[in-house]
Design a protein around this ligand. Structure first.
Ligand SMILES: NC(=O)C1=CN([C@@H]2O[C@H](COP(=O)(O)OP(=O)(O)OC[C@H]3O[C@@H](n4cnc5c(N)ncnc54)[C@H](OP(=O)(O)O)[C@@H]3O)[C@@H](O)[C@H]2O)[C@@H](O)CC1
Ligand SMILES: Nc1ncnc2c1ncn2[C@@H]1O[C@H](COP(=O)(O)OP(=O)(O)O)[C@@H](O)[C@H]1O
Ligand SMILES: [K+]
Length: 461
């Protein structure tokens, strides 16, 4: 599990560690990890040129100490000081290793720019002198210290100028901005330097393959199709039969024992999936909404009346009322904006705030689709999916996702787990299906089984 903690949580843990360790030890550990990461990026140190952008706080201190270590190993290190006051001991260490203080007119073209402007103590946005310094060498790789300066560290928002990093080296734990878009998209590759901090339960997590392998349902030796769970699909309309085919393709990923289809596209659905039963019967979970027609409100009500968990997607979303705790809502930003009475841009700018608000308002699990999909439950927990690839942004991919989550709900996973595991599998399946290239939604649905078998092959008992 990749965990992200808030600034307040990091500060509290840091205080305990600072009291325990000799003065400066924590910063030295951070700076050493940073120097090693910069050396890796440069493919060596001797003779390389490093430009440090140094702000007034400890973030600048990390950069100065890392610069001193690189200078000791033969790098030519220059520093632009963006404040009259910078970390004094860090600056002394750099100068002792023959690092040089320069300004925007005297800086030499570097091989890497190190952003030590501001860290977890920063407010969103950058001051004009920082913007000017960043503009000097636009095509040079940037390594951000802890966070790209200027981003909303706890919110994942971008408000004003900010650093766009190729690599971010963070310390102790991830922060929300490393996982949550749009800020996450400014981090580049994120490298974590461990500091042995004693941290509380993280408010935000990103499942990794090993976590999904544990959560994904596996049939026991005496399993029957009914004990594995039946997922019912109410999707498609005479106009949109494809949505029925794609949603049932997701539901047929193999994670439930049976798929039932109830709708107007039974012939199309059975032509692709002969195993699907096109008659009404008992189910352990419903998926409703993709490609839905005029009767989608009636169908949603019928699904909810069954008392089983329900995935509501697409056309069903505008009809959802608060108060159904075993519901999973799967909007994209535009759909969530309509549900909350706001604009798409507002949702995209503050994805974490909106998905949390929606989960609290509707009292159920809400999955906000995007590059880094967010899943929130009404208790405030959030998971982020980072397994996807941009090729997954293709019409119909959302229908497949709803089907996969429905299968996981039918198998008995709780809504929050079903949504986050389903989303992770969906992203990983796109990687497998495309092999680095384009995907079709049906290809993604087919690849879910391959992903699951890869995950669970090491776990057979
Ligand atoms: N936590 C840990 O475990 C460890 C933490 N460590 C490191 O410490 C860092 C946190 O250091 P920190 O607390 O000194 O805050 P930091 O972010 O450097 O500067 C804040 C100052 O910047 C200013 N300022 C604010 N906004 C601004 C803006 N938009 N643009 C420009 N300037 C702005 C403002 O000062 P002002 O100029 O307004 O007086 C404010 O006081 C952390 O990120 C990590 O790198 C590691 O060394 C060890 C382990
Ligand atoms: N840039 C991206 N990187 C990774 N995944 C993405 C990206 N953009 C969209 N996706 C994913 O693609 C899917 C698109 O679903 P959706 O918008 O509902 O499409 P549709 O309604 O046409 O099926 C979602 O799972 C979403 O998370
Ligand atoms: K920084």
């Amino acid at each position: 599990m990749r965990a992200a903690h808030t600034v307040e949580q990091v500060r509290a843990a840091e205080e305990v560690e600072l009291a325990r360790l000799p003065e400066g030890a924590l910063m030295q550990r951070a700076a050493t990890g940073l120097a090693v990461a910069i050396a890796d990026l440069l493919g060596g140190v001797y003779g390389r040129r490093v430009l440090l952008l140094v702000g007034s706080g400890d973030n600048g201190g990390d950069a100065l100490y890392a610069g001193a270590q690189l200078a000791r190993r033969g790098a030519a290190v220059e520093a632009i000081l963006l404040s009259e006051q910078v970390h004094a001991a860090g600056l002394a260490a750099l100068l002792a290793r023959h690092g040089r203080v320069v300004d925007t007119t005297t800086a030499t073209r570097p091989d890497v720019v190190v952003d030590g402007i501001v860290g977890i103590g920063g407010r969103p946005g950058l001051r004009p002198n920082a913007v000017e310094a960043l503009g000097l060498f636009r095509d040079v790789p940037v390594v951000a210290v802890d966070v790209p300066s200027g981003v909303g560290v706890d919110t994942g928002e971008l408000d004003g100028p900010h650093v766009v990093a190729d690599l971010t080296v963070t310390f102790g734990t991830h922060k929300p901005c490393h996982l949550v878009d749009p800020a996450a998209s400014a981090c580049g590759v994120v490298d974590l330097v461990g500091l042995d901090l004693d941290l509380p339960e993280p408010p935000i997590q990103a499942l990794q393959a090993a976590d999904v392998a544990v959560l994904v349902p596996r049939p026991d030796p005496f399993a029957q199709k009914y004990t594995r769970g039946v997922v019912g699909v109410r999707a498609g309309s005479p106009e949109y039969t494809g949505a029925a085919v794609l949603t049932t393709s997701g539901a047929s990923c193999g994670l439930a024992g049976m798929v039932r289809y109830d709708g107007p596209a039974a012939d199309e659905v059975r032509a692709r999936h002969p195993g699907i039963v096109a008659s009404v019967g008992r189910v352990q979970a419903w998926v409703v909404g993709p490609g839905g027609g005029d009767d989608v409100d009636v169908l949603l009500a019928a699904c909810l009346a069954d008392g089983v968990p329900v995935v509501a997607d697409a056309a069903a979303l505008p009809h959802v009322e608060p108060g159904h705790s075993r519901l999973v809502l799967t909007p994209h930003a535009g759909e969530l904006a309509s549900m909350l009475g706001t604009e798409r841009d507002a949702v995209e700018a503050d994805q974490l705030g909106h998905v949390r608000r929606a989960a609290a308002h509707f009292g159920c699990t809400v999955l906000l689709k995007g590059r880094h999909t967010l899943i929130a439950d009404p208790g405030g927990r959030v998971r982020v999916t980072t397994s996807g690839v941009p090729w997954l942004a293709v019409a119909g991919a959302g229908d497949v996702l709803a089907g996969v989550i429905g299968a996981l709900l039918a198998s008995g996973l709780e809504p929050f787990d079903a949504a986050s595991v389903g989303s992770w599998l969906h992203g990983a399946a796109a990687t497998v299906a495309g092999g680095g290239g384009p995907v079709t939604p049906e290809g993604v649905a087919d690849a879910v089984a391959t992903v699951v078998s890869g995950l669970t092959s090491g776990l057979q008992d």
